[in-house]
Design a protein around this ligand. Structure first.
Ligand SMILES: Nc1nc2c(c(=O)[nH]1)N[C@H]1C(S)=C(S)[C@@H](COP(=O)(O)OP(=O)(O)OC[C@H]3O[C@@H](n4cnc5c(=O)[nH]c(N)nc54)[C@H](O)[C@@H]3O)O[C@H]1N2
Ligand SMILES: Nc1nc2c(c(=O)[nH]1)N[C@H]1C(S)=C(S)[C@@H](COP(=O)(O)OP(=O)(O)OC[C@H]3O[C@@H](n4cnc5c(=O)[nH]c(N)nc54)[C@H](O)[C@@H]3O)O[C@H]1N2
Ligand code: SF4
Ligand SMILES: [Mo]
Length: 759
């Protein structure tokens, strides 16, 4: 049998690398970067190679599971849907639509079938209880961008190909490969910038892999970014260095911002930040004096109590230094499909609002249609109308990923019914009554819906399945349609493709008012996400407009470019005012809700810093909570270690390699200590997504080196009030040596890949 070569976009992180995958006799024989890929040019990381492990993982679920008398048994798809039909609609009928909830996790944003169809399930359930990983991650960035530019996905990102100064705050793209910024091979691009005389500066409480590459690195006290950024803005205003560049005619609120930050002088914030006043001033001057410069900030600045303010001030700096929408500055991508800032009227829009409804227990406002993930446990636990009794989870492992995971786990056990769409029986899905397995990425089509809106360069790429499906199961979009039909009371029998046709007929009315029939006919050869994609591409900014622009894009054209590495749509172009979707048609530099929120940090400026706080960390061989079962990633040194600065270790009498109890309030975990001068003194770093020592899972390899669950330590009551985002860092802790490793660390089995360097 001949070897075949396939080209496939990696679905594992936001870098969206193009892969070249060789297959022989139905098995993957090699995975490497696709050198011709127009977006990633052959870059790959170890996780991309692990797609083979993922496909072949014996623990990955291939058939539905139903819990009977407390144990999971394999079931047919018909049995699984019948069980859901038996149990879900009666709960909705008895307790109302808001007795149900949906939680959608990170992998959904990488799968076209999930991202384009989960909204149909949410609408069919008719519930306000919609939770996603966005409120564990990026909602502050989305809210700040939405308030300033008019849509939740109008996110400015560095034009790294042309910049001369990149200030990276609270992000570690060398490990994460970028976030809210699709930038494969960040390292290569940063080095190219340095080679042309440019500079990389990193602000982070840890001297990260990215900081090690940088021309300068400054420690910052966790959670202090709002102070640091406000003082940079204050410097620009006080020294008369504000310049608006190309967007001068399109900015509202410059004066208001200047007044609002007046009290945040570099001297006033220096101690709180751990960065001296001269350094803050010098950075502000360097930023405004450099022709092509950009500030980029990510999860470290979002997952804190002032996340929205910090995210906003990042773009305030980009505007006030004349770098917004400028080549080499902070620019906006123009995606080929599905982008809200290419649809409808250009240059003006509805803007964004929050608080259209509120969480029942905490009163937290709805943001982008969602409630904060950290409200989920109390919404399940608290009796009364609207108490959540039925839950559908889609690609989320919230028991490990969400603060106070043990509380969530206990809450999940009290549900009347829980369905999980997932590929593993893991820490979260073990609580489900029915698990519906998703398809292996190698057996699925791929088109990135979200990330081209956040990409370093414009492109359109599509991947067909690498391998034919052998298990005969439905596609994930079909599962969502079946669940939606059951939730609407239409039963489990309906054919998924017929449901899709009916849904598309509805969508067509919206997409082509007055012309729906023609649209349905023009796309009748396609089904599911492919049909939605063809419409989105053809009506998108590069589209063929169904024949009106014959040279424009269609799905067929993008498909045909697969082996050539996709279609390059060029470098980022200035897009203001056309991409704005604010009601004023201007960049809103001073949204009233953000100015008002500055009162919190102002009052907090004098708050003494705790002696010891904890932050998170990412490793290139890990991906949130779910890739620890894959041999090529699991091997090597232990990754779930607590990094402690030597001064702190000495003070607390902690030994390298020994174990410690880490406590925060009443919660505590045990982790192995790694002494490291990478840390800012007073700050400890522990990765999240570990804690695979819980009973009832089917993750044999991961369970051998479970690691500590950072989220068992964190408080689910801490969040940024504006965005609802969880606080995942800067939390006060105490640490104490423990004489023995915990039992789970001692009971480790042998690593099939070699000896384990742990315990
Ligand atoms: N303390 C702390 N906590 C954090 C973070 C942090 O930095 N610190 N980071 C946060 C961030 S940024 C995020 S995005 C969240 C992520 O948290 P979640 O969104 O919960 O994502 P994961 O933990 O990665 O879990 C993904 C789930 O999807 C399943 N899955 C994988 N592929 C597929 C598929 O193709 N189909 C289906 N149906 N299921 C699939 C996996 O088995 C797993 O159960 O974690 C957050 N939690
Ligand atoms: N290998 C790998 N890649 C991933 C993931 C993964 O788990 N593993 N997860 C993916 C996901 S879902 C996301 S959202 C992205 C996230 O991508 P990034 O935003 O790059 O996330 P991190 O690598 O966690 O980097 C956050 C940095 O913030 C620092 N930090 C912590 N607290 C503060 C603070 O208060 N202020 C400042 N200035 N810095 C702080 C941390 O030390 C850390 O270096 O990564 C994605 N890519
Ligand atoms: S960086 Fe790694 S995980 Fe991310 S898309 Fe590329 S190969 Fe996949
Ligand atoms: Mo994330």
């Amino acid at each position: 049998m001949l070897e075949t070569i396939h080209h496939r976009i990696c679905p594992l992180c936001e870098a969206c690398c193009g892969l070249e995958i060789k297959v022989h006799a139905g098995s993957v024989t090699s995975i490497k970067g696709h050198a011709q890929d127009v977006f990633s040019s052959g870059y790959i990381c170890p996780k991309g190679v692990a797609l083979k492990n993922l496909h072949e993982d014996p623990d990955r679920l291939r058939r539905p599971l139903i819990k009977r008398n407390g144990s999971f048994v394999e079931a047919t798809w018909e049995e699984a849907f019948a069980e859901i039909e038996r149990r879900l609609p009666p709960l909705l009928a008895a307790h109302g639509r808001n007795a149900s909830a949906v939680v959608v996790g990170n992998p959904s944003s990488h799968k076209i079938g999930l991202i384009t169809y989960f909204g149909k399930l949410a609408r069919a359930l008719g519930t306000r209880n919609i939770f996603t990983a966005s409120t564990l991650d990026q909602m502050p960035k989305q809210l700040a961008s939405g308030l300033m530019f008019g849509h939740w996905l109008c996110v400015a990102l560095p034009d790294i190909a042309r910049t001369e100064l990149l200030l990276v705050i609270g992000a570690n793209p060398l490990a994460s490969n970028g976030s809210m910024w699709s930038v494969p091979d960040f390292k290569g691009k940063a080095k190219a910038m340095q080679a042309r005389g440019g500079k990389l500066i990193v602000i982070d409480p840890r001297r990260t892999e990215t900081a090690a590459l940088a021309d300068a690195h400054h420690f910052i006290r966790p959670g202090a970014d709002v102070f640091f950024l406000a003082a940079m803005v204050q410097t620009l205003v006080a020294e008369g260095r504000v310049r608006l560049g190309n967007v001068a005619a399109w900015v509202n609120g410059v004066q208001e911002v200047g007044q609002a930050v007046a009290a945040f002088t570099p001297e006033a914030v220096a101690q709180r930040c751990g960065i001296d006043a001269d350094t803050i001033r010098a950075l502000a001057r360097e930023l405004t004096n450099t022709q092509r410069a950009c500030v980029y900030a990510r999860i470290g600045t979002c997952t804190q109590e002032y996340g929205t303010l910090a995210s906003w001030l990042v773009d305030v700096l980009n505007v006030l230094t004349g770098h917004l929408d400028m080549p080499g500055g902070a620019m906006f991508a123009k995606a080929a499909a599905f982008a809200s800032n290419t649809a409808g009227q250009s240059g003006v829009g509805k803007g964004v609002t929050t608080g259209r409804h509120f969480a029942r227990v905490s009163g937290a406002p709805e943001v982008y249609g969602e409630l904060p993930m950290t409200c989920l446990a109390e919404e399940i636990e608290t009796a009364g109308p609207g108490q959540i009794r039925a839950l559908v989870t889609v690609a989320t492992n919230l028991v490990l990923s969400s603060p106070n995971g043990p509380r969530l786990a206990a809450a999940l056990d009290t549900l009347d019914f829980m369905v999980s769409m997932d590929i593993y029986l893991n820490e979260t899905t073990r609580h489900a009554d029915v698990i519906l397995p998703g398809v292996s990425p190698l057996e699925d089509i791929h088109f990135d819906v979200a990330f081209p809106q956040l990409s370093w360069r414009n492109h359109a790429r599509y991947s067909p399945p690498v391998l034919a499906r052998t298990d005969g199961g439905p596609e994930e979009w079909q599962i969502l349609l079946k669940l939606a039909a059951i939730a609407r009371g239409e039963g489990a029998q309906a054919d998924a493709n017929a449901l899709d046709d009916a849904q598309f007929a509805e969508d067509a009315q919206r997409l082509a008012p007055g012309n729906a029939t023609a649209l349905i006919q023009a796309t009748s050869a396609l089904k599911g996400p492919q049909r939605l994609l063809d419409v989105a591409l053809r009506t998108g900014p590069y589209g063929d407009m169904f024949g009106k622009k014959p040279d424009g894009l269609t799905l067929a054209k993008v498909m045909a470019s697969n082996s050539a590495g996709g279609i390059d749509l060029g470098e980022l172009q200035p897009r203001i005012p056309e991409m704005l979707r604010t009601p004023s048609g201007k960049v809103e530099l001073a949204p009233p809700s953000l100015l008002a929120d500055l009162a919190r940090p102002a009052a907090d400026l004098a708050r003494p810093a705790p002696d010891l706080v904890i932050i998170g960390r990412r490793d290139v061989r890990s991906n949130n909570s779910w890739m620890h079962n894959l041999p090529t990633l699991a091997k090597g040194p232990a990754r779930c270690t607590a990094l402690v600065h030597p001064i702190d270790a000495q003070r607390m009498q902690l030994q390298d390699g020994a174990w410690a109890q880490i406590a925060s309030g009443a919660r505590s975990i045990q982790a192995q200590v790694q002494i490291s001068a990478e840390m800012m003194p007073g700050v400890v770093s522990l990765p999240h997504g570990w804690g695979h020592n819980l009973p009832g899972t089917q993750l044999k390899l991961a369970a051998q080196r479970p690691g500590a669950n950072l989220n068992a330590l964190l408080d689910d009551q801490l969040r940024d009030p504006l965005s609802g985002n969880a606080v995942l860092g800067g939390v006060a802790i105490t640490m104490q040596a423990i004489p023995e490793p915990p039992a789970w660390a001692c009971s480790l089995g042998p690593d099939p890949q070699g000896p384990l360097n742990i315990g």
